[in-house]
Design a binder for this molecule. Structure first.
Ligand SMILES: [Zn+2]
Length: 328
């Protein structure tokens, strides 16, 4: 389609010729001059309007985006703050862990020292003063000591090194624990054994034979045939059989007379005494300290005795009591 304007006598009107196909007639359009000006002006105005509205829209979008970015910035800031707090927490944890680890190491060292002390004590086999020293030693469990001081910030590298050191300390501790787990039961067994041998209660059967030939109490006297009181138990055995201290204590008598024959009296802590009569041999001296189960003499037939046997007696506060309830 082509348009052309042709000059006409009327100065306020314009004629537009519309030329279509060659076969089709030419079309004439009469338009007024103001209209010709108005149309492009309107078009221009409307385009301007569009541009302005687009500008407004875009500025709105920008401000919206700006707001979004701002809120995102805030979020990022929050995340960073969280991270900082997490790092600080971690640092504090590592520091606390390191402190705990160090303290644990110290404690374990003290325990190891104690174990060594215990071992020494057992090896010495019953040094009373060692026991006293051992029991007076105690772990300082008081952790409520005051803390404070200047705050000095630490570098990340230092924290890393601290963590590494802590790891090393834990490895060391683990090895120490393994060793202790092996040693302590052995030590404990020895300790129990020692405790037993040091026990002052006369519970150990005093010779090899368990054959009782006379009980504690009233009986017919084997020499006179008259009623009499038997202050202990008679255990038949062979001459030379070992005679053991029934409990730990101090030998207060190691002597010989016509009635008791060769005999021993051991005084135990707690006011008990154990008597061993008619022995063939005495292996200890008066004033000696004996442990439970220690050999103190040999079974015999000395004194007022009708055959090889051990007369065993327990005296409680100067009065003879039935020894059987004491013996295991
Ligand atoms: Zn007797």
């Amino acid at each position: 389609m082509k348009t052309a304007s042709i000059g006409l006598p009327n100065p306020h009107r314009m004629t537009l010729l519309v030329l279509r196909d060659a076969n089709q007639p030419v079309k004439q359009l009469h338009v007024s001059k103001p209209l010709v000006i108005a149309v492009p002006l309107i078009a221009l105005l409307s385009i301007s309007g569009l541009i302005i509205s687009l500008q407004i829209q875009s500025s709105q979008t920008i401000s919206k985006l700006e707001k979004q970015i701002q809120s995102q910035d805030l979020r990022f800031e929050a995340v960073v703050t969280d991270k900082d707090a997490a790092i600080e927490r971690l640092q504090n944890e590592v520091i606390a862990l390191s402190g705990q680890s160090q303290e644990m190491m110290n404690r374990m060292e003290r325990v190891t020292e104690l174990e060594t002390e215990l071992q020494k004590f057992i090896d010495k086999y019953g040094g009373g003063e060692e026991l006293g020293r051992l029991s007076s030693m105690s772990l300082d469990e008081d952790d409520s000591l005051g803390v404070g001081g200047e705050f000095i910030a630490v570098h990340e590298n230092e924290i890393e090194q601290l963590a590494l050191d802590t790891k090393d300390q834990f490895t060391e501790m683990s090895a120490l624990l393994d060793e202790m787990e092996k040693n302590v039961p052995v030590t404990l067994k020895k300790a129990r054994q020692t405790q037993y041998t040091l026990s002052g209660t006369p519970t150990e059967w005093p010779t090899l034979s368990k054959r009782l030939t006379s009980n504690f109490g009233y009986r017919t006297d084997p020499f006179t045939g008259r009623a009499s009181f038997h202050a202990g138990v008679d255990i038949a055995g062979k001459i030379g059989d070992p005679v053991y201290a029934a409990g730990a204590g101090k030998v207060i008598t190691a002597a010989k007379d016509s009635s008791h024959g060769k005999y021993i009296v051991v005084e135990h802590p707690g006011g008990l005494q154990s008597w061993y009569l008619h022995l063939s041999k005495i292996s200890i001296s008066e004033g000696d300290t004996v442990t439970k189960g220690q050999r103190i003499g040999s079974l015999g037939n000395t004194g007022r005795s009708t055959g090889p046997h051990l007369h065993f007696e327990i005296v409680k506060q100067e009065k003879a009591v039935d020894p059987l309830p004491y013996l295991e």
